[in-house]
Design a protein around this ligand. Sequence first.
Ligand code: SF4
Ligand code: SF4
Length: 178
Amino acid sequence: MAVYRGKYILHGLKEISPEMERDLDAAYDICMSYKEGFPCEMCGRCCCQPNIVMLPGEVDRVAHAAGVPLHKFVTEYLNRTRDGRLLLKKTNPCAFLGKDRKCRIWKDRPEICDDFPYAVSMFMSRVYIALTDDDADIVEMTDYMDDSWPCTKVIRVSIADKVRKARQSKHLTSDASR
Ligand code: SF4
Ligand code: SF4
């Protein structure tokens, strides 16, 4: 199974071709363009979602921040999926969301929490598909995003333009190399 940037799992692929990597890089750039000036209002709504994935390299850090001994954290807070990923056990909201709706381990929260919603694989994979298929409608593909959330609203109103520009640039580059 191929993994892009250490966190995006490409099921069914053994390796990433150079052409695919170029498109993945372009999709990643679009996703990360939302990081600057990101309108997170710390409303805690994303902390009520299931499937908080943890990377193996961050278990120690998060357990420490939560003040839970490592072996207890692994057995009481984590589940391992069939394909080997680690997920925070499903609770609604997340076990680390305080009563004030603020994350109690904010500085050390899992990377996926920092990535939400602009760099999580659900969005990244759709942007990638939109860059590789001119007929793909990115607005339709992202209709799972809630327009009433400040962060996802910003993405929904601007993603079509970003994909259009990236497609143009890709076509110009491939025309020039012919
Ligand atoms: S739902 Fe969006 S705005 Fe609210 S805390 Fe999560 S990332 Fe921030
Ligand atoms: S770890 Fe913090 S930011 Fe991540 S889902 Fe839990 S409360 Fe929210």
